[in-house]
Design a protein around this ligand. Structure first.
Ligand SMILES: [Mg+2]
Ligand SMILES: [Zn+2]
Length: 190
């Protein structure tokens, strides 16, 4: 079995606008310009696209899983309308106090994804806007990508980002343009 590389995305602050008071409803789920197009472009170029996101607002009681599903259905709808797709969305619903194995920067959801979809994390990218996104990507041996949307601009001079020379892009679409401009052909599913 040959494993495939993937582009894995954080959600809040990368695909949709983040909120300090949580994204609690479909109404508050506002997609950022060109983020849908970025996902579509990746898909059309043969990259499997995944989302891995912390959604502790669920266990905090700010919204429920049905509401989260509504947001994700809207995202799928917009992506698929342009001929794209998302392989799967993994989320941690837990409160940080639970110290679960799936809340980033813990690698649980990435390990699950790698098993379920035969993904080679060491050949994959994880795009996020927080230092915990960079940390988890490094811990699973994926290539971290920091975007300056969301909280990202706060971390561009973070020691870890500087030391590890983490690539920084102004937004998801800028990264995908760069990735897709290289003559890289992802491995097919076998
Ligand atoms: Mg984020
Ligand atoms: Zn969790």
């Amino acid at each position: 079995m040959i494993k495939q590389a993937a582009v894995i995305l954080d959600r809040d602050g990368v695909i949709n606008f983040d909120s300090d008071s949580y994204v609690k409803s479909l109404d508050e789920f506002k997609l950022m310009p060109k983020s849908v197009q970025a996902i579509v472009d990746l898909h059309k170029a043969g990259w499997p696209v995944f989302i891995v996101t912390n959604q502790s607002g669920i266990e905090r009681g700010y919204y429920d899983e049905a509401t989260l599903a509504q947001m994700h259905a809207e995202l799928y709808k917009q992506v698929q309308a342009l001929g794209g797709d998302i392989q799967a969305i993994y989320y941690c619903p837990h409160h940080p106090k639970n110290e679960c194995a799936c809340r980033k920067p813990k690698p649980g959801l990435f390990q699950q994804l790698a098993l379920e979809y035969e993904i080679d994390l060491s050949q994959s990218y994880y795009v996020g806007d927080k230092i915990t996104d960079v940390e988890v990507a490094l811990s699973i041996d994926a290539q971290p990508i920091l975007v300056t949307t969301g909280k990202g601009s706060k971390f561009i001079e973070h020691e870890l980002v500087v030391k590890q020379a983490i690539p920084i892009y102004t937004e998801l679409h800028e990264f995908t343009q760069h990735l897709l401009s290289k003559s890289f052909t992802p491995k097919p599913y076998i």
